[in-house]
Write a new protein. Structure first.
Length: 419
């Protein structure tokens, strides 16, 4: 297990290339199960979550090749049960259910446990599969879905906390080979859902409305191989925008889609950071004083839950009283206790973090917990006095491609220590 040591106080300047999206690549790699023909996916980030997905595909019988950011998958013959010991490590593996159900009419996956950001149910996924005609059996910690045939249906995927991203992906991947028309109401509108739909359409699927809350799918008999480049990772980009706000002078993010970043750019601009963009870059200048903010996380196009922890780190060092309400994963505050160990003044009131800014945080040994909480601690360390030591760095490596190298390329002073 590595640890990361951040020496605070270095200013960030320059430009950084953003990687392909983890949360787009994962369902797209699962979607390659829908055809016997080879698929070529490019701009796949080098992350442990991606490695887990490729291992699952191999264990299911797929031929998998990876050459730097390009992954080729050929699912000529596939098993329909994913190995427990890998699935339990990554909730996103649940998104192999939809393509296996679509292609083989059955699939078995271990039920994703909870994790530090809260309960991770899949009731909406299963509701969608049942609507398409599948029987769902939960036994021994596994969920098995099977259907003699899949028929199109009208399905509402809106739950108590809004829609479901992977649930929308899963139902879409089962419906593309169902007989007839499927309408998904209350669909997740995230760009990653739209990116998956664009890949499925290249494979021969007939899908309209992806990226909106109503997706219409006309089932087809079979799908063929396709090539696809994954969209930029808007959460990695948002994380680097917040890093620039915390420790920057001037930082430019390259190979991004600014349209996917509006929910993060707007509050930062409102707080007084100078932000400009072109077709595929965004620049943030951290000059002058900045205002506190009141935010709430919402499904896309609202402020992303995956950026909540990073924003807490920024607001902990912003004058005034800020507040962030977490509507998607109300327990997603593992980072708060660690930020308080660094001197942050944060009070949790239910699902709202009330943050009173302090001038400086002080470096301390802190514990990484979930992917985004860990990134938030690295960001806090950029401007804290002294050294911040972040243990269990494997959490960060799940979702950020060489975050330490990228930040050091901007002028940060970060060491990775093998222990
Ligand atoms: C995706 O998870 C992302 N992961 C998460 O990013 C992200 O936080 C989340 O969407 C919300 O944007 C991937 O795309 C791999 P949901 P997902 O189903 O699809 C509830 C990261 O840091 N719900 O949209 O699993 C659920 O409990 C990760 O990169 C049900 O109630 O999330 C949550 O409160 C973390 N029943 C809300 O909906 C269900 O059947 C949104 O969950 C499914 C979800």
């Amino acid at each position: 297990m590595d640890k990361i040591i951040v020496h605070g106080g270095a200013a960030l300047n320059g430009s950084v290339r953003i990687s392909g999206s983890k949360n787009s690549a994962l369902p797209i790699l699962a979607a390659t199960l829908l055809t016997k023909e080879p698929c070529v996916i490019s701009r796949v980030p080098d992350l442990s979550d991606i490695h887990y997905m490729l291992t699952i595909l191999s264990e299911l019988g797929c031929e998998v090749e990876r050459a730097s950011g390009i992954v080729t998958v050929k699912a000529e013959k596939v098993l329909t049960e994913a190995p427990y010991d890998i699935v339990r490590k990554m909730r996103a593996s649940v998104c192999i259910l939809g393509p296996l159900l679509g292609r083989e009419k059955e699939a078995t996956v271990s039920l994703p446990g909870g994790c530090v950001i809260g309960d991770r149910p899949i009731d909406l996924h299963l509701r969608g599969f049942e609507a398409l005609g599948a029987a769902v059996r939960v036994q021994g910690g596994n969920v098995k879905v099977l259907a003699p045939e899949l028929k199109g249906a009208t399905i509402n995927l809106r739950g108590k906390f809004g829609s479901t991203v992977l649930g929308t992906d899963n139902v879409m991947m089962a419906a593309v080979l169902a007989e007839g028309t499927t309408v998904i109401d209350g669909a997740a509108e995230e760009p990653e859902v739209e990116d998956l739909a664009n890949f499925l359409i290249k494979m021969g699927a007939r899908i309209e409305g992806a990226g909106t809350r109503r997706i219409i799918i006309e089932g087809v008999k079979e799908l063929h191989g396709a090539e696809h480049e994954v969209i930029p990772d808007r959460i990695e980009a948002g994380t680097f925008l917040v890093a620039a706000a915390i420790a920057g002078k001037e930082v430019t993010l390259k190979r991004v889609d600014p349209a996917h970043l509006q929910a993060v750019i707007e509050p930062l601009a409102h707080a007084g950071y100078e932000i400009s963009n072109g077709k595929d870059y965004v620049t943030l200048k951290a000059n002058g004083s900045h205002k506190s903010l009141t935010l709430e996380t919402l499904p896309y196009p609202g402020f992303p839950t995956d950026m909540q922890a990073q924003m807490c780190a920024l607001l902990a060092m912003t004058n005034g009283v800020s507040a962030i309400t977490e509507n998607v994963f109300p327990q997603r505050f593992m980072h708060v206790a660690e930020l308080k160990r660094m001197g942050a003044n944060i009070e949790l009131q239910g699902a709202t973090a009330v943050i009173t800014g302090v001038d400086r945080l002080s470096g301390a040994p802190v514990m990484a917990s979930d992917l985004r909480a860990s990134a938030a601690l690295v960001l806090a360390g950029l401007k804290a006095d002294g050294m911040t030591e972040i243990n269990r760095v494997y959490h960060i490596d799940r979702g950020y491609e060489s975050i330490d190298d990228k930040l050091n390329g901007l002028g940060a002073q970060i060491e990775r220590v093998k222990i």
